[in-house]
Write a protein that binds this ligand. Structure first.
Ligand code: PLP
Length: 443
């Protein structure tokens, strides 16, 4: 083990990592990145098939993003955002309001996906309190959801190893079955089901709407829950139900925002405009920490009152609206226009869909699914029974072979996936698919 890794093990504590195993499986020491490739200290490169944790959009080292960072650094690096403001935050708020689904004219900045969600939960709760309905303080979420690692986010996420140790801290939220077509909660065939699972949400709302502040959903693609893709119709029905039962709809587009599912925001595909839209990851093209919680004028108005009013939203973070982050986000939005990124995603997604269908024949692949630049292969021990593949060695083996083949196939339980930067070329995609086939070949 080289000196850098020795020092890493001596001091760093890596996320989601059993640190005692790192001596045998040391982390890759990454030194450079360009386009969709990252390179380690030995000069070995890898396709960034995980978009550097689902955030990279335009590739690494994009000249326009670099220029935005250095240019902003020359003018203003950071300042507080209470009682002070700055042009990059103003311009970005205006741009986001212009591209978001209609009605989302108010932007509250923070710095990561969890805080974007936490802010939405707190705002929703306080909205009802400010309006004299404090009993509306519950949340409804999907049982395989993942919304982040802060206490509020964990409370509205599904059960599992991520939250197990922290349950005494968490508030109860109502979890309803996930619209997981491959494992339909109602046991129906998905081409004939008429999205019957939305009825489960309706039943819960009928009983509990009076004490519910909001429903929270990851629209169309549920990332950490296993890259579950569900129909736009479910989202459209959920939005109608939320409206009808007078509860907020919070859409967590931390992973899906900024073109990942084929449209700028996934909710556009269901023609839905939520009460809260949570954004982070791809907001800056995936290279600076920044987040935004967007909401409506109606929500905003409920927080207005005289100086010192208890209607005020008492929440904030040191790096809220960091000017360098905001300038990078503005440059990223420019790239979307200049490089016609969303048009390219359509072409890429069609090719990815065709390629992924070939994997269905593989004896271990129970389900192969694609949305935008995300493709998932759900591995099973028995195709007919859909038993999740429990052979951890086999899954680790695919991950390791992936690395040997310059791919990052980091598994989510029994699901392996590609989460490609939006700028991936068709040639790069073909090469990634060929290598993925090789990684799966010996399984
Ligand atoms: C849908 C979703 N929401 C929230 C988060 C949390 O974001 P962060 O890790 O930036 O706190 C994630 C992270 O993967 C996510 O996928």
């Amino acid at each position: 083990m080289n000196n850098w890794l020795e020092k890493d093990l001596a001091h760093n504590w890596h996320p989601y990592t059993q640190m005692s195993t790192l001596r045998d499986n040391p982390p890759l020491l990454i030194e450079r990145a360009e386009g969709i490739k990252i390179c380690d200290s030995s000069g070995r490169w890898y396709y960034d098939t995980i978009s550097s944790w689902w955030c990279n959009i335009h590739g690494h080292g994009h000249p326009k993003l670099k220029k935005a960072i250095t240019g902003q650094l020359e003018k203003l690096d950071h300042t507080l955002f209470a009682g002070f403001t700055h042009k990059p935050a103003i311009e970005l708020a205006e741009r986001l309001a212009g591209i978001a689904p209609s009605g989302l004219s108010r932007i509250f900045y923070s710095d990561n996906g969890s805080t974007a969600v936490e802010v939405a939960l707190k705002m929703s709760l306080q909205y009802w309190r400010n309006g004299g309905r404090p009993e509306k303080n519950g949340f409804i979420a999907l049982d395989r959801a993942y919304h982040g690692d802060t206490v509020g986010c964990m409370s509205v996420s599904g059960d599992g190893p991520f939250v197990q140790a922290f349950t005494p801290l968490m508030f109860p939220a109502r979890k309803i079955p996930t619209p997981y077509c491959y494992r339909c909660p109602l046991g129906l065939e998905n081409d004939k089901c008429n999205t019957a699972c939305a009825k489960l949400l309706e039943d819960t709302l009928r009983e509990h709407a009076a004490t519910t502040a909001a429903i929270i959903l990851e629209p169309l693609l549920m990332g950490a829950g296993g890259m579950i893709i569900y129909p736009a119709d479910y989202l459209a029905q959920a939005a109608r139900l939320a409206r009808g039962f007078d509860v907020h709809l919070i859409l967590d587009e931390v992973a899906t925002g900024f073109g990942r599912t084929g449209t700028m925001f996934a909710c556009e595909q269901a023609k839905v405009s939520p009460d809260f839209l949570c954004l982070s990851k791809g907001l800056t093209g995936g290279i600076m920490p920044l987040a935004a919680t967007m909401t409506t004028q109606n929500v905003f108005d409920a927080f207005c009152g005289p100086l010192g009013s208890d209607k005020t939203f008492y929440h904030g973070h040191t790096y809220t609206a960091n000017p360098i982050g905001c300038s990078t986000a503005l440059a990223s939005l420019d790239i979307f226009e200049e490089e016609k990124t969303l048009d390219h995603v359509q072409v890429l997604s069609e090719r990815l869909t065709r390629a992924i269908n070939d994997f269905s024949e593989h004896p271990l692949v129970g389900d192969a699914r694609v949305i935008g630049t995300v493709a998932a292969l759900e591995l099973v021990g028995d195709k007919a029974a859909k038993t999740p593949l429990a052979a951890h060695d086999a899954i680790r083996g695919i991950y390791r072979r992936g690395l040997d083949l310059n791919l990052i196939l980091r598994p989510l339980a029994n699901v392996i996936y590609l989460f490609l930067p939006l700028c991936t070329t068709l040639d790069e995609l073909d090469d990634i698919i060929d290598r993925t086939k090789m990684a799966l070949k010996r399984s």
